[in-house]
Design a protein around this ligand. Structure first.
Ligand code: NAD
Length: 324
């Protein structure tokens, strides 16, 4: 993290909602270990457990509350410099629990922005909303840049996009200091394989290391742009501290497309002998190919991803081996 803007967050008071989640707890650890931040974690453990922050628990204030519980949540915002709003209902749960999905992903964002607008938060430097590249939905061309149309295909994408819109509107209309990052398929250490929403890469790594089959859906030529966790965390902090990230939205990915078959090839390279089976296509995030353009975050903020898919899978497999 050579960019000089990072030093702005050093020692600051920070809130991370969803701070026990996959991205959240990695962000919390980095803020504590690398930046000496005073971190408040707000998470209701819907999709996580408190033990993930054990290594930093003495330096973190944890509140097991919902972001919708404004009575207990909002008093924690006092004197906070940065808010990272990560709490979410995952894509795979958003169809089964559409109202909860809307409440956590969008309504909580609106309530927070209203509180910031009406409350007294002179210390607040930035509110960061973590969105998703799933907001692009069905596309006619690749790679996708931030000006491309959004044609959402799931409840999750709809509510993440609504959260983004609220965030940017509160910046334009009320000068709330905000930034938005759109992550593309984050993977890596700290992603629990027991979590039903851990994504294809996490499942493959887990299965390969536990002697279970890797299940390829369809022909395996579906592609995504996989972002390693440390790169996602790095970009998120930069979006909070960089003056040119103010009031804007940035893709966070690698600009490289990897197919499911390529993941299988890389993972079985590290865990030879894994069985691979094929099942018919399913209808969850039915986009065949996705890769994002990262020129904007590169040109404007000076950010580039550091970890290739080969390296990322290797590091992830090493991490799983030590935790299994
Ligand atoms: N992981 C990815 O690939 C990815 C991709 C695109 C966008 N994102 C976004 O990044 C953020 C973090 O994602 P993640 O992968 O870490 O998800 P995650 O499910 O691992 O973490 C989300 C956390 O939010 C918590 N939560 C849920 N409802 C809550 C509530 N009402 N109050 C408080 N906490 C609540 C969960 O317990 C969980 O710890 C989310 O906003 C997500 O939309 C993630």
């Amino acid at each position: 993290m050579k960019n000089t803007h990072y030093s702005k967050i050093r020692g600051k008071k920070v809130i991370v909602t969803g701070g026990l989640g996959f991205v959240g707890h990695n962000l919390v650890k980095t803020l504590v270990n690398d930046f000496d931040c005073k971190v408040i974690v707000v998470d209701d453990c819907t999709n996580s457990s408190e033990s993930v922050i054990d290594p930093v628990k003495d330096k973190v204030e944890f509140h097991r509350i919902s972001v919708l519980d404004t009575e207990h949540f909002f008093p924690l915002l006092k004197d906070v410099h940065y808010i990272f709003h990560l709490a979410c209902i995952q894509i795979a749960a958003s169809g089964a629990e559409p109202v909860k999905d809307m409440q956590v992903n969008a309504q909580s964002t609106l309530q927070l922005l209203e509180e910031i607008r009406n409350g007294n938060y002179p210390m607040l430097d930035r509110f960061v909303y973590t969105s998703s590249c799933s907001v692009y939905g069905s596309t006619s061309h690749l790679p996708l840049d931030e000006n491309d149309p959004t044609r959402v295909l799931s409840n999750y994408a709809a509510t993440k996009l609504l959260g983004e819109h609220y965030t940017l509107i509160y910046n334009r209309n009320y000068n709330v200091p905000v930034s938005v990052v759109r992550y593309s398929n984050v993977y890596g250490y700290g992603q629990s394989p027991r979590n039903p929403y851990c994504g294809v890469l996490g499942k493959f790594v887990h299965n390969a290391l536990t002697g279970q089959a890797l299940t390829v859906v369809g022909d395996g030529e579906q592609t995504r742009d996989y972002t390693f966790i440390s790169d996602a965390v790095d970009a998120t902090i930069l979006a909070a501290v960089h003056p040119l990230a103010y009031g804007d939205v940035f893709n966070v990915g690698t600009g490289n497309e990897s197919s499911v078959n390529r993941l299988v090839e890389l993972i079985t390279g590290y865990a030879p002998g894994s069985e691979v089976i094929t099942v018919p296509e399913r209808d969850i995030d039915n986009i065949r190919r996705r890769v994002v353009d990262i020129e904007k975050i590169h040109q404007r903020l000076g950010w580039v991803p550091k970890i290739s898919i080969q390296k990322g899978i290797q590091v992830t497999m090493d991490w799983y081996k030590t935790t299994l």
